[in-house]
Design a protein around this ligand. Structure first.
Ligand code: HXC
Length: 258
């Protein structure tokens, strides 16, 4: 377990990394220390050869957005010179699957970070929103782009222009989250899913993630070709033979990442 000032990271023998945003008194508001430490923690998880990352928040929020107290007196020059938000994108660039375990508020930058995760598991009491408009700004790390791709223009415009919050049930209905479970079960559900994924062939998992993400970025014909090439490629590896042999032998597969 590594403890930073604003978050903690634990990487288990099962290959599951648990990264916890930890400024509960400020509802895990995202400040620049946390952004820097977040990038360091992702590097640490990569060095530790984590196979899946679970991201959650301590206390009653996943994250209530960028730290408004820190941002208030910033100027255009400050923001653009320091490129203050870029490090958060590192989450979206991770090659391993990421699971967001959302307890409580996921607002503003918190909702945007949640949307960078590959799978989102929310507690019944979770709420999501892009309230930046009420602060005289707009979302800055994907809230107009990822949200629109995920839920479509009608819902994205509603959320971004009115700043209204949606509860977990509505978030599920509009396709923003993968699963909703009781608040008490969010982290366990996420860790169980993470362990399951960590037990599969790492190459197949990587291929699956790359292909699904490709769907947002290419025309269908290119995406289908990309998928087909990956599908063919997996037959180069021992894990394919093992997975299929295990099925036919009626035994659990023993993937070796070979
Ligand atoms: C700084 C924050 C904060 C934030 C909460 N706090 N959100 N501090 N930045 N984003 C602090 C409060 O000031 C308060 O500190 C403590 O956390 C508890 O919050 P309360 O407001 O007292 O709790 P509650 O009444 O339950 O209301 C919860 C809430 C509200 C609805 C989530 O805190 C809220 O509206 N927060 C702001 C949400 C927001 O606008 N997010 C977008 C930010 S802009 P004290 O010291 O008083 O106890 C953004 C841009 C994205 O995210 C850019 C990319 C990163």
């Amino acid at each position: 377990m590594s403890t930073y000032d604003t978050l903690s990271l634990a990487v288990g023998d099962d290959g599951v990394a648990l990264l916890t945003l930890n400024r509960p008194d400020a509802l895990n508001a995202l400040n620049s220390t946390m952004m820097r430490e977040f990038a360091e923690a992702l590097d640490e998880a990569t060095r530790a050869e984590a196979r899946v990352l679970v991201l959650t928040g301590a206390g009653r929020a996943f994250a209530a957005g960028a730290d408004i107290a820190e941002m208030r007196d910033r100027t255009f020059g400050d923001m653009t010179d320091a490129d203050h938000l870029s490090l958060w994108e590192r989450l979206a660039q991770l090659r391993i699957p990421t699971i967001g375990a959302v307890n409580g508020f996921a607002l503003g930058g918190g909702c945007e970070i949640a949307m960078m995760c590959d799978v989102l598991i929310a507690g019944e009491g979770a709420s999501f929103g892009q309230p930046e408009i009420a602060l005289g700004i707009i979302p800055g790390i994907g809230g107009t782009q990822r949200l629109t791709r995920i839920v479509g223009k009608a819902q994205a415009m509603d959320l971004v222009l009115t700043g209204r919050r949606v509860d977990a049930a509505e978030a599920h209905r509009i396709g923003l989250v993968s699963r909703v479970v009781s608040d008490a079960d969010v982290l366990d559900e996420a860790l169980t899913a993470a362990r399951k994924i960590a037990g599969f062939s790492a190459r197949a998992v990587r291929a699956a993630k790359e292909c699904v993400l490709r769907a947002d970025q290419t025309p269908l014909s290119e995406g289908l070709l990309f998928e087909r090439r990956w599908f063919h490629s997996l037959f180069a590896f021992a894990d394919q033979t093992e997975g299929m042999s295990a099925f036919l032998d009626k035994r659990p597969a023993r993937f070796t990442d070979g």
